[in-house]
Design a binder for this molecule. Sequence first.
Ligand SMILES: Cc1cc2nc3c(=O)[nH]c(=O)nc-3n(C[C@H](O)[C@H](O)[C@H](O)COP(=O)(O)OP(=O)(O)OC[C@H]3O[C@@H](n4cnc5c(N)ncnc54)[C@H](O)[C@@H]3O)c2cc1C
Length: 473
Amino acid sequence: MTTQKQGIQIDGAQKATLNTEPLRSDFRGPIVTPGSAEYDETRKLYNAMIDKRPSVIARCRDVADVIAAIRFGKEQGLDIAIRGAGHNGGGLGSVDNGLMIDLSLMRGVRVDPSARTAQVEGGCQLGDLDHASHAFGLATPAGIISTTGVGGLTLGGGIGHLTRKYGLTIDNLISVDMVLADGSFVTADADHNKDLFWCVRGGGGNFGVVTSFTFRLHPVSSVFAGPTFWPIEQAAEVLKWYREFMPEAPEELNGFFAFLTVPPVAPFPEELRMKKVAAVVWCSQGSAEETEKMLAPVHKVGKPAMHGVQKMAYPAVQSMFDGLYPPGHQWYWRADFVREISDEAVEKHVANANRLPTPSSTMHLYPIDGAASRVGKNETPWAYRDGKWAEVIVGVDPDPANAKAIKDWTVSYWEDLHPYSMGGAYVNFMMDEGQERVKATYRENYERLVTNKRRYDPTNLFHINQNIRPVTI
Ligand SMILES: Cc1cc2nc3c(=O)[nH]c(=O)nc-3n(C[C@H](O)[C@H](O)[C@H](O)COP(=O)(O)OP(=O)(O)OC[C@H]3O[C@@H](n4cnc5c(N)ncnc54)[C@H](O)[C@@H]3O)c2cc1C
């Protein structure tokens, strides 16, 4: 027996085939369906723990394609996911049995060196932006792996090596072009659609498809960067020192704290390979002399096993971890914002660090003080301007057989540390943790997001995200 619902043919074996003809007439990019040879490759997400099967993947080439895809998705009553670079931990760039609006072919960047701005298409990766702006000795704050999407990262906030000096990625966002749920195309900036511009600086993909971001750039070309490692036995001493040192350090210096296992490859010394360590990964915008002076105290803490800070082009720093974390691994994420790291919290961190379940599993504390803390907590939806660190615990491994082990470790580490946190977490470091957690993340900004969601997306068309529901909960 065959039935038909909103253009979807459903045969007796419950296999759904979507009629994509109405989309094809308006669409320039490739349209990929479960029957296409490239379907499995195209639907892949960075986190291989998540395996979703969209009914159709609309690979947009331009704004017109985005408008056509949204119209088609609405006509067919499909769940709609928006994919930038597919890095999201919870796999929110894709959807089962729905429409994936895939922006990954829209990767143009236009730098205006005299205005110090970059206009970046919605499917760009961080590496596209860094490559284009570095040619002019310019950069803007963003994340630490070059294949991460500018889209998802920016819409959630954006933390990186330049955050203490220049703020979050959203603090450097000048304007967006976007297609809204009703299919209209708008620009939002400080003077136009101000509410919408407020929403996209932290409110995620809830308000529409951003086809282009314009960022402010800063003169950053080469930096001094690299890690200091300490044997895990010195972890408590190092973390207690770091919690005092980092907030007092000049804003030119960023250092994120990490527990990790030293990779078994050059340039790491043989005797350290596969050893668990406490680490700080530095990035200094000072001169060689200034960096040496800023980092002088490091050498007096415990007995560092390696100090590998050296001069690097900024894009090299931004892609330093790419090789260690290629796409296709299993990832399980948990996170929190942190203002203080008490002695008790240090103790619990160290106990969990000693139980890192796999060589790629890690815990990071990213500084969010300095320039990021000078923006008012209601100026953007990003409500934890009084936080000092965004903490993230991630279980990572290439082997699906270890999925349970990395999940169990991540959850139990998080449960140990959550009582010492500020309550909410960075949306881009969360998986699916439910509505209360989303609310906790936006604090008093949540209601304003709900009001605007009602205005811009009253039917919650864009709900495959850390969802702001158009109703008060
Ligand atoms: C290895 C790794 C390292 C990371 N490092 C950092 C870091 O240093 N700093 C940091 O801040 N974050 C970091 N993140 C988190 C990252 O910010 C999120 O994973 C983010 O969601 C990735 O964006 P994406 O576009 O690749 O995601 P996708 O999976 O493509 O999309 C994620 C969400 O964003 C929305 N979205 C994406 N693009 C658009 C758009 N153009 N318009 C509307 N909605 C859109 C989607 O609807 C979806 O809900 C890292 C993630 C990984 C996996």
